[in-house]
Write a protein that binds this ligand. Structure first.
Ligand SMILES: Cc1cc2nc3c(=O)[nH]c(=O)nc-3n(C[C@H](O)[C@H](O)[C@H](O)COP(=O)(O)OP(=O)(O)OC[C@H]3O[C@@H](n4cnc5c(N)ncnc54)[C@H](O)[C@@H]3O)c2cc1C
Length: 375
């Protein structure tokens, strides 16, 4: 089976690696962008790390291992948490190139050309004039996906988070700071040789230049060493499913399929997208190995999709005034709540069992969570 994979980010490269490794198809990976820095925090949770190919001794995963995380309420409270197992943070320029090397080593063909046109008959055209026909075209081409726009239409604005930031020299404690009134958060993610500084909020909540203005003010006030008035900030969207299962059921057709951001599969609460990019690639690779492309959407829904739909339903409650502040206050007093937060950071705690675990860990907090009586 001839498979064109459009885009060599985490989703495309992992899919190509899996298809080539398993001998399920001969994948051609189209992407002209490398080397490049994709706007991203670059945080890889444990569950994401577990999906990556093993690192050869001569080519270790180019990340910084981080074993502590600070949460700040935005009202002055904060809690520092050691992580029982480290998370990894890397520059996407390096991490994505590392994963692309694994795909090529396994036998995938990398064509460094941008795709400009695809159609329902499997035809693909590139900016360099190449024309080729494939049995299947996979859109792994990120938030602005050409493949998605061709077969399905762009992700609706209500399902987009806007994220903006810059890269600052130096180092910092890994920090997540909630921003009152924003339904989003600010992050400081230490990478091997610099810090990713960023902020995110629903696209429709405020104009991007205001979001960047909020970030500049907060960093200048609270983390002046990372402030840089001259830094050219980036801004990029993160697409997620809605609360409707159809928003996941739509991600494949007769000769096409979408993975990662092209399929709009990031977590609507946290913006975590790398895990879902990798996981959707695994689910699609398994379906293709079994000759069951048509079952990919339902398998994606069963494997990780319900978790994302739950997150979409929880979004408003999580960012309701007072909730995150209360959570951090409780965490500073309760080891059980700190453990829940730690597992959320590590990716070990899903949203499905969250309420049950909170009830066991801290009944008063869970009661307030259930009745939304936070102030
Ligand atoms: C500011 C910001 C911070 C984030 N922080 C985190 C984080 O810390 N942790 C986390 O898990 N997630 C984070 N995310 C989300 C994460 O970046 C994405 O979910 C993830 O990159 C999706 O991977 P992907 O492979 O689907 O797409 P992408 O990483 O976007 O890769 C798509 C690739 O396709 C290529 N491409 C696009 N169009 C074409 C074309 N026409 N032809 C050929 N190639 C094409 C692009 O050049 C790119 O290489 C963040 C997102 C943003 C915007």
């Amino acid at each position: 089976m001839k498979v064109a994979v459009v885009g060599a980010g985490p989703a495309g490269s992992l899919l190509a690696w899996r298809l080539a490794r398993d001998g399920a198809a001969s994948p051609t990976l189209f992407d002209a962008s490398h080397p490049r820095e994709k706007p991203c925090g670059g945080g890889l949770t444990l569950k994401a790390l577990q999906l990556l190919p093993a690192a050869p001794a001569s080519d270790p995963l180019p990340v910084r291992w981080v074993d502590a995380c600070r949460f700040e309420s935005g009202h002055g409270e904060q809690v520092d948490m050691p992580l029982p197992r480290p998370v990894a943070i890397g520059a996407r320029r390096d991490v994505d190139a590392w994963l692309l090397r694994r795909a090529v080593e396994a036998g995938a063909t990398h064509v460094a050309e941008r795709v400009t046109q695809v159609d329902g008959g499997g035809a693909l055209r590139t900016a360099a004039g190449r024309e080729e026909r494939f049995d299947l075209i996979v859109g792994a081409d990120g938030a602005g996906s050409l493949v998605r726009r061709t077969f399905l239409g762009a992700t609706p604005p209500a399902r987009l988070t806007m994220a903006a930031g810059w890269f600052a020299p130096g180092t910092a404690t890994m920090t997540v700071r909630f921003v009152p009134g924003l339904a989003g958060y600010l992050w400081l993610f230490p990478r091997p040789d610099h810090v990713g500084v960023g902020i995110c909020a629903p696209l429709q909540a405020l104009p991007t230049r205001e979001l960047i203005g909020r970030l500049r003010d907060l960093v200048a006030r609270s983390y002046p060493a990372l402030s840089d008035e001259d830094a050219q900030p980036y801004a990029h969207t993160i697409p997620s499913p809605s609360t409707d299962p159809a928003s996941i059921g739509e991600i494949a057709g007769e000769r096409w399929a979408l993975v990662g951001d092209a399929a709009a599969l990031a977590d609507p609460v946290t913006g975590e997208g790398i895990y879902y990019a990798l996981r959707s690639a695994c689910v699609l690779a398994d379906a293709l190995r079994e000759g069951a492309l048509g079952r990919y959407p339902e398998r994606a829904l069963a494997d990780f999709g319900r978790e994302l739909l739950t997150a979409a339903r929880l979004h408003a409650r999580f960012y309701a005034p007072g909730f995150t502040r209360r959570m951090i206050r409780f965490a500073s007093r309760s080891r059980a709540i700190r453990e829940v937060l730690t597992d959320l950071v590590l990716g070990d705690q899903g949203y499905g069992g969250l309420k049950r675990r909170l009830v066991r860990a801290a009944p008063r907090f869970a009661w307030q969570y259930a009745t939304s009586t936070f102030r």
